[in-house]
Design a protein around this ligand. Structure first.
Ligand SMILES: Cc1cc2nc3c(=O)[nH]c(=O)nc-3n(C[C@H](O)[C@H](O)[C@H](O)COP(=O)(O)O)c2cc1C
Length: 194
């Protein structure tokens, strides 16, 4: 049985894809499912996943990513959007998530802890951090499925938001470029475990 560590060892940031080898709807759904099941603080799941496969919107996203090679050659993207406005502690979104998180128990302690966090924490950066957990699971799932991937944080957020018609308070957190990788894995660079 393949081990999870195999995928962890094999994943790398691919910068050259076969742009003409599309992902299937099933593959994209599996990647989104891997993200959906990611952990999030307070169970808030402050994300939205936007798969992009058509050539014209892909080109617009690549442009928003400054036409980096991973973006211009990607066969598909999943853009992870942080639901920043929804994180207002008085929002219906937060109340619904806390009721789910409490599993029929008391919502008040969760609510109080969250309000304390909100007093000290810039929520946009916090939400983007949550989105990175979903991203990590998607990247490993892609490797497990034999797909290449590259997380892209280098983008013009305003251009990306415009190209995706994001609502106010929805903030791009990360672009994941996907496809069949057209380059060999480079040597791994990591600090030693010690
Ligand atoms: C949050 C985040 C943002 C990143 N942004 C970019 C990017 O904009 N362009 C790019 O080519 N790689 C990007 N990377 C990939 C890293 O450069 C890469 O993961 C790192 O060099 C380690 O290499 P490896 O993933 O192949 O092990 C990003 C990675 C992360 C986690």
């Amino acid at each position: 049985m393949p081990q999870l560590l195999d995928a962890i060892q094999q994943r790398f940031a691919c910068r050259a894809f076969h742009p003409d080898r599309p992902l299937t709807a099933t593959q994209l759904a599996l990647l989104c499912e891997a993200g959906r099941l990611a952990p999030s603080a307070f169970g808030l799941e402050p994300w939205r996943f936007i798969p992009v496969t058509d050539a014209a919107p892909r080109a617009r996203i690549a442009g928003a990513c400054f036409d980096q090679p991973a973006a211009t050659s990607a066969a598909a993207f999943i853009v992870i959007v942080a639901l920043v406005a929804a994180l207002d502690p008085d929002s219906d979104y937060v109340r619904a998530r806390f009721e789910a998180e409490a599993r029929g128990g008391e919502v008040a302690p969760i609510d109080a802890a969250y309000r304390a966090l909100c007093r000290d924490t810039p929520l946009a950066a916090w939400a983007q951090g949550q989105c990175h957990f979903a991203a990590a699971q998607m990247l490993l799932q892609a490797t497990h499925m034999g797909l290449g991937s590259c997380p892209i944080g280098g983008f013009d957020a305003a251009a990306l938001a415009q190209s995706l018609s994001l609502a106010p308070g929805e903030v791009p957190a990360l672009v994941i470029a996907l496809g069949q990788c057209a380059e060999p894995a480079p040597a791994r660079i990591r600090k030693p475990l010690e």
